[in-house]
Structure formats: structure tokens, C-alpha cells
Write a protein that binds this ligand. Structure first.
Ligand SMILES: [Zn+2]
Length: 387
């Protein structure tokens, strides 16, 4: 079973499971494997954190995951337990990438010189900026380069970590740092500074490039502001779905497509979709039944994907897709994809780009009767379809 890739289990050239192969070598796991719906279109691989529903790592879930592990590092465990995560890290308004990074930093999981030496990996273990041993406390707070960064950062008062005895002390102090106006940063800049220190260290070490502390601080401020601005945009974009007020720009050529799914506990689903023009006359409709569907949400997502594929096949250009799953509409519009349906939503994202106008929104169940019947009858008249 070594050297077996997921792609080896797919029928060549398709995104469908190779059932005879799976039944012969992984028969015990087959039902679980079929529940996973392979992505149809090429999408970039991405890391996914299985401990949260959204797949993005939160420090909180990381902390619980860490607690679940039976670790022999009792002292580290104690240090983490006594750490006030709620105050210092969880509430930080910062990107998931930085949360993961900070979690690693606190957890002693960054490949720092001294950590690597501790694991028996040959390295001289010294800081790339000076000759001191590269501990987290040194690299991020005490090293002259780090101090320069902290001094240049636009904080209200100059941070001085010189008396800090531990990372804990540093994080406690960091949480008190305020940014000066007019940086436009309402949340804590510290995680971005830490990230800057980490990336400059890696640039020196792996690319032999030197970076000035000043340019790193400028980058940190810019990145923090960009991230904050992007959060504001995301909230505005997703609000129509959340409030149920559908207000896309009107287009007379738009075709409306309603989708729906019916799901049964036997993990079968019926999918239905229906295209109508602005005059509400039915343009085309379709349905199908499929097996091995993990949840109603997965079924709704697959119904949407089927409908979009159908719209693409028939060369529709302006389509407004509507689902009666608020959860699905919200996930798509906020781009926060639950792990379970991540691949299907990536396909939907890619399919969206093939239309000149596309809008996806929530529609009340009471307005979705036609497709509801289509989906239900597909489920009832179910003839096992391999998917
Ligand atoms: Zn140093």
C-alpha cells in the first residue's frame, strides 16, 4: 500500500473513483472513500485543518488538538496551559496564516536552530543575524535585528523586551501595544511584525538575501492594512446572502437557475435544477439521483455544481443561480468553504468564471417548489447511479 496516491484510485482521465480497484484493495474503506467527491477541475492544492469545520486553522482549535495529543513534553504542555491564549492570541484579529504561525511559534514547532538541534538535526543552530543560539525568544525579541524591527514599528510606545524571561512575557507585553494613527491598523500589528522577522530570517538562510528592518516593517504595515481592508470587502459582499435581500445588477438577458436537493439517511440524494428566463417560462430542467452523499449540504452543493455544468454545456452566459440552502449560499459568497464540500465549492468557483454574469444567492423554500419536486422524484425513482 506504500506509494499509493489518491489519483491512483481515480479512473484515468476522470474525476470518478475507480470502484473495481477500490473494492479490491481498500474494500473496508470503500464506503468512506465514496463519500468524498473528487474535484472535477484542476485546482491548486491547499492545506486544510481538519479540526475545524471551515478547514482554516484557529489557534483555539490548534490548542485543543494539541491537548488531545498524548505528549511527553510535559513542561511545554504546562507552559501552554498556563498561557492566556484567550487574551493574547485567540482574540487577535489576524489572518489564519498568521494564527497558525503564532500557534507554531508558541508550540515550539518552528524549525528554529535550537529546535532542530534538539531533534538531532545537524545544524549550527545559531541566529542568521548574529552568532547567538537561535531560540524563539532570541530570534523574535532579543536579537539586535528583531529589536530594530520592534523599534521601527509604529507603536505608541517603543517595545522593550530586554527584561522578558520567556515567550509568555513577550506575548503579554505585545498584547498591550497600540498602533499610532494614521497607520489605519485597528488590530494588533505584532503578529505581522513577528511574521516579518520570520520571513527575513528565511530569506537570509535559504535565499542568501538580506533585508533591512525598515523595509520589513513597511511590508508588515502594508500587509496588515491590506488584510484588514479585505475583511471589510468580504463582509459587504456576503451581506446580501445573509440578509436574504438579493440585489445583483439587473440584466435583461439573465437566466434564472434554481437548484435543490433531497437527501435520505441511506446517503442517497436527488438533485434538481431548472432554468427559466426573465419571463418565467421554463428553459430547461434536469435531475439525477446519486449514491454515497455524506450530508444534505453536500447534496445541495452537488446540485449547484450540476446546474452550473449544465449551464456551461449549453453555453449560457448570464446566469443567476439560486439555492434554498442558506448555508451553501453563505459559504460560496463568503468564500469560507467547509472542509466537507471544499472540492465541490472549488469547482463551483472555477465554473463561475465561465459566465459573463453570474450571481449565486439564497431563495426561500416557498419559491423553490418546482426543483424541490424534481429532486424528490429523482430520489424516489432512484436507480443506483455510480458517481
Ligand atoms: Zn540574532
Amino acid at each position: 500500500m506504500r506509494d499509493l496516491y489518491v489519483s491512483d484510485l481515480l479512473t484515468r482521465g476522470t474525476s470518478e473513483w475507480n470502484r473495481p480497484l477500490i473494492e479490491s484493495i481498500l474494500s473496508d474503506l470503500a464506503p468512506d472513500i465514496y463519500l468524498i467527491k473528487p474535484i472535477i477541475y484542476m485546482a491548486e492544492d491547499t492545506y486544510c485543518w481538519l479540526k475545524t469545520k471551515t478547514g482554516s486553522c484557529s489557534v483555539k482549535s490548534g490548542y485543543y488538538a494539541q491537548r488531545e495529543e498524548s505528549t511527553t513534553q510535559v513542561t511545554l504542555q504546562q507552559a501552554i496551559t498556563s498561557f492566556n491564549w484567550q487574551k493574547f492570541v485567540w482574540r487577535e484579529m489576524t489572518s489564519p496564516k498568521l494564527k497558525l504561525f503564532i500557534w507554531k511559534l508558541c508550540r515550539g514547532a518552528l524549525p528554529l536552530g535550537t529546535n532542530l538541534q534538539g531533534r538531532g538535526i545537524i545544524t549550527d543552530g545559531s541566529c542568521p543575524h548574529c552568532t547567538q543560539p537561535e531560540t524563539a525568544l532570541h530570534l523574535f525579541f532579543l536579537c539586535p535585528f528583531a529589536r530594530q524591527e520592534w523599534n521601527l514599528a509604529p507603536f505608541h510606545s517603543v517595545p522593550n523586551f530586554a527584561t522578558a524571561a520567556s515567550l509568555h512575557d513577550c506575548f503579554a507585553f505585545m498584547s498591550t501595544l497600540l498602533c499610532l494613527p494614521p497607520t489605519g491598523i485597528s488590530s494588533n500589528l505584532s503578529p505581522w511584525i513577528l511574521w516579518g522577522i520570520w520571513t527575513s530570517r528565511n530569506l537570509i538562510l535559504f535565499e542568501n538575501k538580506s533585508v533591512t528592518a525598515r523595509s520589513m516593517v513597511v511590508n508588515a504595515v502594508v500587509a496588515a492594512r491590506e488584510w484588514l481592508l479585505a475583511q471589510v470587502v468580504n463582509t459587504t459582499k456576503s451581506s446580501p446572502t445573509q440578509t436574504g435581500n438579493e440585489t445583483p445588477p439587473t440584466n435583461p438577458d439573465v437566466i434564472y437557475c434554481n437548484t435543490d436537493a433531497a437527501w435520505s439517511v441511506s446517503r442517497r440524494a436527488g438533485l434538481g435544477w431548472c432554468f427559466k428566463n426573465a419571463a418565467h417560462s421554463v428553459y430547461s430542467e434536469g435531475s439525477r439521483a446519486i449514491d454515497h452523499i455524506s450530508s444534505p449540504l453536500m447534496a445541495e452543493a452537488l446540485a449547484m455544481r450540476e446546474a452550473m455544468q449544465e449551464a456551461k454545456r449549453t453555453s449560457l452566459l448570464n446566469v443567476w443561480f439560486r439555492t434554498d440552502s442558506q448555508e451553501l449560499a453563505r459559504a460560496i459568497n463568503s468564500k469560507s468553504y467547509p472542509v466537507e464540500i471544499f472540492g465541490v465549492l472549488m469547482d463551483i468557483e472555477l465554473l463561475s468564471s465561465s459566465f459573463s454574469f453570474v450571481f449565486i444567492s439564497f431563495i426561500g423554500r416557498e419559491h423553490n417548489g418546482v426543483v424541490d419536486s424534481l429532486a424528490k422524484s429523482a430520489l424516489q425513482n432512484h436507480v443506483s447511479t455510480l458517481y
